[in-house]
Design a protein around this ligand. Structure first.
Ligand code: LLP
Length: 415
């Protein structure tokens, strides 16, 4: 499936389902995901790694819907989690805890205990204090925890500053120049096994070169640690491969990236772990919305839609670009340069700014494209807006995999 979202005779489809049918039956705003597209993206990784000692640990933070996790678990995926809540989701979806790695700078005692009880594969640790806490808790539980230290390889990826993570100035990881001493100081812990090295340099990388540069530095580091007597078994390279959000963006070639990693790791006897999120789900998802109003202020045009920053925060937070397509080609010729905005009371509440848009009119549906990653998961109830439903399409079938929130949901737990 080259692209699970396709226009046929002027009408937009997800796999074999007409999106307008979903918009009408499920209501808007609603997220729609293609099961076939997600499977295919995962398989691209799995097939390129075939025969290698490697595992794909899907980054749950990108899209944690249980049905999405279930279909990836059925493909044999491992999972990268950043919280107890994500671990709970993975377990509920039938994910194998022995294929789970746990990242994050601020793991709490309760989360570490939950992960140890569940028997996860490894912790990616970000500070000495965290390793000490894992050691103490594992000791109390009569266990030995597998640990990789997240290293900051000081590689500068060319991406948005908010999603670049691998520089010394960022809160993530431990500086590659200081990390060997950290391994040395952690050597004495009886209840952790220092068996990995990990990094994640940033997200939405359209050029794989910085990832390969980081991998080179990490393989060299693993070699130096082994020379110091540490039994390093795995290299976790994190996620980061980007997707084309704009028509002119070039999709990085997963196969050639993984081919380069295969060459780099040959003969090293290291297990490779990858934590892709966005590149597995982003292009297989979209957000359906309905046009509410057209208005103009002076010579500025606005298209007011029923989706907003509470459904998709990426444009407001990162100035991110998402294509916005009408579900049916407009009957009115010509286009308009407009801001596409939602109902939320914030000037920053926009889905697109100064965008050349077809002449969509109230009642028309639009699709906010490439929204399968970091969409619903980062949604909020700001302005007391119920979070949207999620729909999974598989071939010619579709079903609601999360119902839309109700006002009742919004007050649950309040006095
Ligand atoms: N592993 C670690 C340790 C990470 O921090 C991340 C993403 C991933 C894996 C997955 O990276 P991916 O393959 O998806 O690039 N909300 C932002 C993205 C934040 C990414 C955070 N970390 C956005 O909407 O662009």
């Amino acid at each position: 499936m080259a692209n699970p979202i396709e226009r046929k005779e002027g009408v937009l489809y997800c796999e074999r389902v007409e999106l307008e049918a979903i918009a009408r039956e499920a209501g808007t705003p609603v997220y729609v995901y293609s099961a076939g597209g997600i499977r295919e993206s995962y398989r691209e990784y799995a097939q390129a790694l075939d025969g290698m000692d490697a595992r794909v640990c899907y980054a749950v933070k990108a899209n944690g819907n249980l049905s999405v996790l279930r279909l990836l678990a059925a493909e044999g995926a491992g999972f990268d989690i950043v919280s107890g809540g994500e671990l709970d989701r993975v377990l509920r979806a039938g994910g194998d805890p022995a294929k789970v790695v746990f990242a994050g700078v601020g793991k709490t005692r309760e989360e570490i205990e939950f992960a140890l009880e569940s028997g996860i594969a490894a912790f990616n640790c970000e500070s000495e204090a965290e390793i000490a806490l894992i050691d103490a808790l594992a000791g109390r539980m009569g266990q030995q925890a597998a640990v990789a230290i997240r290293v900051n390889p000081d590689v500068n990826p060319d991406t948005h500053p908010y999603i670049s993570t691998g520089l010394r100035e960022h809160k993530f990881g431990i500086d590659i120049h200081a990390v060997e001493e950290v391994y040395e100081r952690a050597r004495g812990f009886a209840h952790v096994r220092l068996e990995g090295v990990a990094c994640h340099i940033g997200s939405q990388l359209l050029d794989a070169a910085p990832l390969i540069e980081a991998a080179q530095k990490m393989v060299a580091l693993a070699g130096r640690l082994r020379a110091r007597g540490f039994a390093i078994r795995h290299l976790d390279l994190g996620g980061g491969l980007g997707v084309p959000y704009k028509p002119e963006d070039k999709r990085p070639d997963v196969k050639s990236f993984l081919g380069a990693l295969r060459r780099l790791l040959t003969g090293t006897d290291l297990t490779l772990l990858l934590e892709p999120g966005r590149s597995i789900v982003a292009e297989s998802g979209l957000l359906l919305s309905r046009v509410l109003y057209r208005k103009s202020n002076g010579n500025k045009e606005f298209i007011v839609v029923d989706a907003s920053m509470t459904e998709l925060i990426r444009p407001a937070l990162y100035g991110a670009h998402h294509e916005i397509l009408p579900l049916r080609e407009s009957r009115i010729p010509g286009s308009v340069v407009a801001d596409v905005v939602g109902p939320v009371c914030e000037t920053g509440d926009f889905l697109a700014r100064d965008r050349a848009m077809p002449q969509v009119m109230p009642g028309d549906f639009v699709a906010v494209m490439t929204a399968g990653a970091y969409g619903w998961v980062a949604s909020s109830n700001y302005n007391a807006r119920p979070r949207p439903a999620e729909v999974l399409v598989d071939g010619s079938q579709w079903r609601i995999v999360r119902r839309r929130e109700t006002y009742e949901d919004l007050v649950r737990g309040e006095d």
